[in-house]
Write a new protein. Structure first.
Length: 318
């Protein structure tokens, strides 16, 4: 069940044979799986989670028959403000919502974008999200990337989705238009980190980068461009854009990683106009697959290309 900010949590559970001899924080994670280990440790520290009616330490041992008592008030996680923003909600229940994000919408507030973001709109539509980290957003899309992302609406869902992302069991599939003609299929396994000189950019960093794996398949080829289907194993910032640029096939319209590419003089007028109308990297998150946090049923959603990418693709085919 989704929790509201003014609804206190009250739980109790007895230590069984499985938890006998564990640390308190480990046993709490077993008995209260809807909440993250970090949140449980904070509740232990503040006395909201007690052992046999007394305050204990996270490292204290628990034994068969001990009772854990949790009484806590969920507080707002951040100072982001609710705003009325039209959202395309593809799916919603008490645990998750799946959003088809339009291009141009920033995922959450940051430097230079304190208002008008997806997070602001989510807080208006789902007020209880003020009690969840980052308003329930567990993964993000770049401002100018369109497509599907999932939002947690309950603590249980947030914990489950974060775990699924860590285990790489959330499947995310993208469509992209790129320069050139890559091999029919391939895998890019190159670590990504912050660019050493241009701090707003990411780059392949063999030293200090985080593991990043992108699978791609060429769906169509045109005179100088290709339509690719891409699947992510990891979710690094700008991962697809960086990996494809590193291969020499940057995304069409990418103002950061493809800006050196100039359109040939004989490029058809229709393609030129469609690129002007696009005004962004040609990247769309078309498919999302995950296990439902409550039922554990495997669910999948698909979103067709937005109008600007459809128009560009039509011109390339022509």
């Amino acid at each position: 069940m989704a929790i509201s900010a003014d609804q206190p949590l009250t739980h109790s559970a007895a230590i069984g044979a499985t938890e006998d001899g564990m640390r308190l924080d480990q046993a709490a994670a077993q008995l209260f799986p809807d909440y993250s280990r970090a949140r449980l440790q904070e509740w232990i520290k503040t006395g909201c989670l007690r052992l046999g009616g007394r305050q204990a330490r996270a490292k204290d041992k628990v034994y068969l028959g001990d009772v854990l008592e949790l009484t806590a008030q969920l507080l707002p996680e951040q100072a982001w403000q609710p705003e009325h923003i039209e959202l395309n909600v593809c799916y919603q229940d008490e645990h998750i919502a799946v959003i088809n994000k339009p291009p141009g919408l920033v995922t959450h507030p940051g430097a230079g974008n304190t208002h008008g973001t997806l997070a602001n709109g989510l807080l208006q539509r789902f007020p209880a999200l003020e009690t969840l980290p980052r308003a329930g957003i567990v993964h993000r899309l770049d401002k100018d990337t369109s497509g599907l992302l999932v939002v947690a609406l309950s603590l249980k869902a947030h914990n489950s989705l974060v775990q699924q992302l860590q285990e790489r069991s959330v499947k995310r599939q993208y469509l992209a238009l790129v320069w050139g003609e890559p091999a029919p299929s391939g895998v890019v396994d190159r670590p990504i980190g912050r660019h050493p000189q241009q701090r707003q950019k990411m780059a392949v960093r063999e030293s200090g980068g985080k593991p990043a794996v992108t699978h791609y398949r060429r769906l169509e080829s045109f005179a100088r461009w290709s339509l690719l289907q891409l699947n992510l194993e990891t979710g690094r910032t700008h991962q697809i854009r960086v990996h494809m640029a590193e291969l020499g096939f940057p995304l069409l319209g990418d103002p950061v990683y493809g800006r050196r590419r100039q359109l040939p003089k004989d490029t058809p007028a229709g393609v030129r106009e469609a690129l002007v109308q696009l005004g962004r990297q040609a990247l769309h998150a078309e498919r999302l697959e995950l296990s439902h946090p409550d039922s554990h049923q495997r669910l999948c959603w698909q979103a067709e290309l937005p109008a600007d990418m459809q128009q560009l693709l039509a011109q390339l085919r022509a």
